[in-house]
Design a protein around this ligand. Sequence first.
Ligand code: GLY
Ligand code: MN
Ligand code: MN
Length: 445
Amino acid sequence: MSDSIHAQHRARFLDLLAERNAVAVIPTATTKTRNDDADYKFRPTSDFWYLTGLNEPGACLVLLPGEDGEPHRSVLFLRERDKLREIWDGRRLGLERAPEALGVDTAMDIEELWTELPKLLEGRERIMWRFGDDDVADRRMVETFTSLRNLARGPVEPAKELLDTGPVLHELRVIKSDAELELMRRAARLSAETHAALMRHVQPGMNECEAEAFLDHGYRSAGSSGAAYSHICAGGANACILHYIENDQPLKDGDLLLVDSGAEWHYYAADITRTFPVGGKFTAEQRALYQVVLDVEEAAIAVSGPNVPYDRIHEVALGVIVDGLLEHGLLKGTREEALESGSYREFFMHKTGHYLGLDVHDCGRYTTPGGASRPLEPGMVFTVEPGIYVDPENMEVEARWRGIGIRIEDDVLITEEGHEVLTGDVPKAIHEVEAMCAAATDAKG
Ligand code: GLY
Ligand code: MN
Ligand code: MN
């Protein structure tokens, strides 16, 4: 469909390329081997998906802004249809159907990419390409550029610059359109519903892997392509390992379960964390630290709005977290000393959030070109995710705090008026969380 969001993205990117007298070459991902002859499920690169909506391997988009009043042109290289290969590996869109289905101007055989590319790019001075994704393709692109640069000896304008695609394309991706936000809301809603259902489902004696399976079932059975990143289902002190993905330990009464998980919708990610008591009731220490994290999260969300520098959110979070850690005796000294020395990093060692979009840690600059913190704008989506993690081996704190790990994470959209929390439907106030967990006990009878 030529009016698809992907066609709109292409049109906007082509205008930016035209302003910069540049063309862009955007390949998709290669299929990755898992082990032996088994592959990981294919997932297009986010840049390629953003601009095409095609989720097949073996494809590359070439965007050519019109010169001298000519219209812009998009050329898609993709795989030819092949009956035998399609029986083994799956359906292919094919060259014939691609222009109608995706709205590109021309479709060409991916087998001819490196022979046709120099002809398409001849006479263009600037070429955008994303280095670092695929060494083999990087080398071929350098060869192509070199051959075009050598045209300096002839009558054709030689290529002069090979530029990173990111700074221009990723700035487009930072600000989400209404159509993209519809997809992100869908990812957020599905993730929120599944998190809430998981709170009702978990019981002492289950294993972390059952929580992971429950999330997968919720996402996939609703038609999502699945999780946007590896789920973290961390019981007890496992929550103090920030990227804990083993998810294979028993869940014990008296422990907390930290669940960091989000669904993808149309490859747009949600990213939610909730931490709740496996047995349904917070202990006094869990409750105390949970309330600090919740206060931090709410303060950080409250300050989010247009024109607020992005770093302000982290600054606000640090102030509230330090106050809470001092109040409970986990930190010593004054607020100023803790902020100055960074002693809080023993308990809160990550940033308060990140952009969210097609990638869970989405692209885009966090600073202005001058190096200042970037002012937030309507259409930006990011996470707010403070946490407190008390190392189980931390002998500097009272034993009762050790091994408690808590994070609360929501997805926030900046609007003209302020902000909107996309994931607000999962309980997070202590009484709401306990009520949701109790619903599980009742249901199990
Ligand atoms: N789940 C990755 C993150 O929260 O950043
Ligand atoms: Mn997360
Ligand atoms: Mn996150």
